[in-house]
Design a protein around this ligand. Structure first.
Ligand code: HEC
Length: 184
């Protein structure tokens, strides 16, 4: 009997010990998970930051949505006072790395843009356009669609291979388009 009780006690002791161990392990795991959390927030915060920028863009586009279904505010009124020389300076900084503008000049990373306004979209000889831009090939470039493309290339032509975020300032887009109009 005494030895039986002893065994029971041993079992109980073992069970308590085991429970304690499990508790400790669980505690450690919880700690680990919590510590693991704060070690990564850099990542999460970055992901979140990137994501919220996207959201801001979307909602900004959404706000303008009523007036301009594609997202870019209308700039037709600004075109009258647009400055092609300023647009040219902007082009040199932001676009010339990928686009030549000389008549008969070669394509670079992007197609040559001589005479681009009024030209059929995605039609310059010898350039391998994306399906995204080719989907727009029924239209010719005009102020309206160039405004949309320059505002947000990937939104207006999903799948475009033009790796450029877009020009969000209305006067800068107007100047830029005035410059593109002068390339003839
Ligand atoms: C990183 C290189 C790069 C930069 C920077 C860039 N583009 Fe492009 N662009 C491209 C590529 C590539 C295409 C072809 C897009 C496609 O096929 O989807 C293109 C296409 C275009 C087209 C359409 C031409 C056509 O023949 O239909 C226009 C217009 C244009 N870009 C203007 C601009 C302007 C203006 C800027 C500066 C604000 C600019 N791009 C900046 C690479 C670039």
């Amino acid at each position: 009997m005494a030895s039986n009780n002893g065994m029971e006690l041993n079992k109980i002791a073992a069970a308590v010990l085991l429970a304690g161990l499990i508790g400790m392990v669980a505690g450690k795991m919880t700690e680990f998970l919590y510590e693991g959390g704060p070690k990564h927030p850099g990542h999460h915060a970055e992901e979140k930051r990137g994501y919220s920028i996207e959201v801001v863009e979307e909602s900004a586009a959404g706000d303008a949505g009523a007036a301009a279904p594609q997202g870019a505010p209308d700039i037709s009124a600004l075109m009258a006072s647009a400055d092609a020389a300023k647009g040219g300076a902007y082009f040199s900084k932001k676009c010339a790395v990928c686009h030549g503008v000389d008549k008969g000049g070669p394509n670079k990373v992007g197609p040559n843009l001589h005479g681009v306004m009024g030209r059929s979209i995605a039609s310059h000889a010898g350039f391998g356009y994306s399906d995204g831009l080719k989907a727009k090939a029924g239209e010719s470039w005009n102020v309206e669609n160039m405004n949309q493309f320059q505002y947000n290339p990937r939104k207006w032509a999903p799948g475009t291979i033009m790796a450029y975020a877009g020009t969000k300032k209305d006067d800068e887009r107007a100047n830029l388009i005035a410059y593109l109009q002068s390339l003839k």
